[in-house]
Design a protein around this ligand. Structure first.
Ligand SMILES: Nc1ncnc2c1ncn2[C@@H]1O[C@H](COP(=O)(O)OP(=O)(O)OP(=O)(O)O)[C@@H](O)[C@H]1O
Length: 254
């Protein structure tokens, strides 16, 4: 579960999030859409604690990212709390960022061995299961450079899942891919979303994907959510003028 409560984020004088409120229920797949530069990636970066809020609170699984309860009083959390919270959240980026010198399987097993304390055997067994889930069993011993972009992105997805996250953040995971490789990545994500209880928050410009996979779509503009609806409503009969203009602009761009 994710909850934003009156979150404000500024960069200098530039207010990017204006008392933003929204939540994502456990197991839900929610997609954020909206104009470029409107603050969608900032929302994900705040969840990863790569940025800090200027005001408001963010909760993951009922726990605040930035504050802890001390005898009934909320006090700023230390680095240890933030690290523990960060571990509950996985992220897949536009750029796959695989370790080039490690084989595919090792890319998937490295973090769980270090951070979750799994033995190499446990991590490799789980790693092989995950590679099978993303359709890459036969690539376990390859190096990333021997894989297509779509395959590398599927390894990055397996690597994120290996940390057993409660929440998975997806930031434009297909925008660096050649068009013919996009479908394979989206198919894998759809499968994972429907077979696990992971909570997803996704930022994408792929409207067809948002439509196919999301339980809810949030239209985000000028630091706030202007429309929150199931995809079948939002994409066919949006209530808000800004949503209609945005979807029309996407269509015009082809
Ligand atoms: N570290 C930073 N310092 C200053 N300004 C920043 C920083 N990070 C983001 N911004 C600004 O905040 C605004 C929101 O950026 P963000 O990347 O969240 O938008 P976005 O909706 O994800 O855009 P896109 O769809 O193009 O990826 C932009 O105007 C951006 O220039």
């Amino acid at each position: 579960m994710i909850r934003f409560e009156e979150v404000v984020k500024r960069f200098g004088d530039h207010v990017v999030l204006r008392e933003l409120d929204f939540s994502v229920q456990p197991g839900e797949f929610v997609t954020l859409i909206g104009p470029s530069g409107s603050g969608k990636t900032t929302i994900l970066r705040l969840l990863m604690t790569l940025e800090q809020v200027n005001a408001g609170r963010i909760f993951v699984g009922g726990e605040c990212l930035s504050h802890v309860d001390k005898g009934g009083r909320m006090v700023p959390a230390g680095e240890k709390h933030q690290r523990r919270m960060r571990r509950r959240i996985g992220m897949v980026f536009q750029q796959f960022n695989l370790f080039p010198n490690m084989k595919v399987l090792q890319n998937v097993t490295e973090a769980p061995i270090r951070a979750l304390g799994l033995t190499r055997e446990e991590a490799e067994q789980r790693g092989r299961e995950l590679l099978e889930m993303v359709g890459l069993s036969e690539k376990a011993d390859a190096h990333p450079s021997q894989l297509s972009g779509g395959q590398q992105q599927r390894v990055a997805i397996a690597r994120a899942l290996a940390m057993r996250p409660e929440v998975l953040l997806l930031d434009e995971v297909t925008s660096a891919l050649d068009p013919e490789l996009v479908a394979g990545v989206l198919k894998v994500l759809k499968e994972i979303a429907s077979t696990t209880d992971i909570t997803f928050l996704c930022v994408t410009h792929e409207m067809q994907f948002a439509r196919d996979v999301s339980d809810r779509v949030l239209m985000f503009d000028h630091g706030q959510i202007v429309e929150d609806a199931p995809p079948e409503k939002l994409f066919t009969d949006p209530d808000h003028r800004r949503t209609r203009e945005f979807l029309q602009a996407v269509l015009d761009r082809g």
